[in-house]
Ligand binder design. Structure first.
Ligand code: 4AD
Ligand code: MG
Length: 461
């Protein structure tokens, strides 16, 4: 079978030749003696038009095909210079691989993204979602390629863990205990020694802590895997299950970290523009009209840089525009992040040196004693896409910070060991994979860039 993508990409090679294409019917229009089928095989979002006539023995059957049916068409590809599409296939044979019931939910009309979310098993058969998930796949490949070309080691960090990397307490517990009959200790608390791992465990919110241990062996590593957060935020940018890319680099500081993040994002943008030009044109036309201009602008400019303290000064002057008024010490909300990147910088921007109180325990304390060597990368349309930092590499300072936050040192022995045996400056970041897909496609809802999204009150399929 020939891929429809190849027909569009190498038209001259296939014109006037006999080919076979297998795919799913998008529409059928028939008359008494001939008809047209539009078929899509998932390799390209432009479908292929098939012309069939009553010389085919199963003509009657073909005319009755429902949308969604799977067929294999064999015939000659001929140019159609006067038509909207560049060519069509004149069928010598139409084999019906699998018929489709008349109640197929994807009829030939525009369906809303909201509706398509209710049929996430069928929506990849629509143009938009076909393009989104093909580009999602390409982005994943480009990210691996970027790190592999730079000799980063891909580390598979565990999904089940006993720690809470971000310290935000937004974890899904993992247990084999019968919740209706939980074993208790003498003082009435849950007896986790009787649980599968003999202690409380949860799904990981980040692979970072494990990743750091490998960076202290391989120098440069990255993770790329699922992470889980039980955040009760029902927004267009939060999912309970999302993928994160977390590089960790040794003998490197916050500046090196930002250089890495910027070159990674630019690499991925360039890769996708080059390898999915048709899909990117499609997004630019139907999903987000400014997309290509914006991405090209990113490639041709440097990311902005601003400290948290400077950012607060800028934002405070505009507090009348915000639902949440900012002040030094406040965590930035999406509205503030977007204002900075969309109105002030008009390109991606790194915000650095946040107050230690609003950041995780592992971040390196700055000399002012108040801020940490953190960076968030904000992009137009989304806000935070990357969160990273230089790590505290001083044993005593780290221990002190953990005590301040009430973290038990014995739970983090392995992590403290890294500061005891050959501690080295190191830094890293986490790129939210889905937010990256949103950024590159212009899709506005995280539910529409995840094949089977998991969000508050939603775990279908
Ligand atoms: O800023 P975060 O929480 O950073 C970390 O987890 C660090 N351990 C990363 C590191 O330094 N190795 O999360 C990183 C990124 C965010 O910038 C965001 O893009 C994404 O992960 N993210 C989410 N994406 C979708 N849904 C959610 N609920 C997300 N929470 C974070
Ligand atoms: Mg963050």
């Amino acid at each position: 079978l020939t891929n429809i993508r190849d027909l569009f990409r190498d038209k001259e090679m296939y014109l006037d030749k006999e080919i076979s294409v297998g795919g799913w019917v998008r529409s059928v229009r028939g008359s008494k003696t001939f008809g047209f089928i539009v078929v899509n095989d998932g390799t390209f979002f432009e479908p292929l038009q098939v012309v069939y006539g009553d010389h085919l023995e199963n003509f009657a059957e073909i005319s009755k095909l429902n949308v969604g049916a799977a067929i294999i068409v064999t015939g000659k590809l001929v140019a159609t210079p006067d038509a909207k599409q560049p060519f069509e296939i004149q069928a010598d044979k139409v084999e019906i691989e699998g018929a489709s019931a008349p109640d197929y939910p994807l009829q030939k009309k525009r369906h809303s993204f909201e509706y398509l979310r209710t049929i996430s098993h069928l929506r990849p058969r629509t143009n938009t979602f076909e393009a989104v998930f093909r580009v999602r796949s390409l982005i994943a490949y480009a990210i691996h390629k970027f790190f592999q070309e730079r000799d980063f080691v891909y580390v598979h960090t565990p999904l089940i863990t006993g720690s809470d990397c971000e310290g935000a307490g937004e974890m899904f517990q993992v247990t084999t205990m019968d919740l209706n009959n939980v074993p208790k200790t003498d003082d009435g608390s849950v007896d986790f020694t009787q649980d599968f791992f003999g202690k409380p465990t949860n799904l990981t919110v980040s692979g970072q802590l494990n990743g750091e241990t490998y960076a202290m062996a391989f120098k440069n590593i990255y993770t790329f895997g699922p992470t889980f957060r039980a955040e009760n935020s029902n927004t267009t940018r939060h999912a309970a299950e999302f993928w994160m890319i977390e590089p960790e680099i040794a003998f490197a500081d916050l500046k090196d970290d930002m250089v890495l993040a910027e070159s990674m994002l630019k690499y991925v943008i360039r890769y996708v523009l080059e390898h999915a030009p048709e899909e990117m044109e499609f997004f630019n036309k139907f999903v987000d009209k400014g997309l290509l201009d914006r991405l090209n602008h990113v490639l041709n400019s440097d990311f902005g840089h601003v400290t948290y303290t400077e950012a607060i000064e800028i934002l405070e002057k505009n507090n009348d525009k915000f639902d949440y008024k900012v002040f030094w010490g406040a965590d930035l909300q999406t509205e503030h992040e977007r204002y900075l990147t969309e109105e002030i910088f008009k390109r991606p921007v790194f915000v650095t040196d946040y107050p230690k109180e609003i950041k995780a325990f592992y971040m390196k304390l700055n000399e002012d004693g108040k801020t940490v060597a953190a960076m968030d990368c904000l992009v137009p349309g989304i806000g935070e896409i990357i969160g990273g930092s230089q790590r505290e590499d001083d044993y005593d300072k780290l221990l002190e910070r953990m005590k301040e936050l009430g973290l038990k040192a014995e739970d983090y022995d392995f992590y403290l060991d890294l500061r005891k045996y050959g501690s080295a400056r190191h830094a890293g970041f986490g790129l939210g994979f889905e937010r990256c897909v949103m950024y590159l496609t212009g899709m506005g809802n995280i539910r529409d860039v995840i094949p089977f999204p998991r969000t508050v009150n939603n775990c279908e399929l």
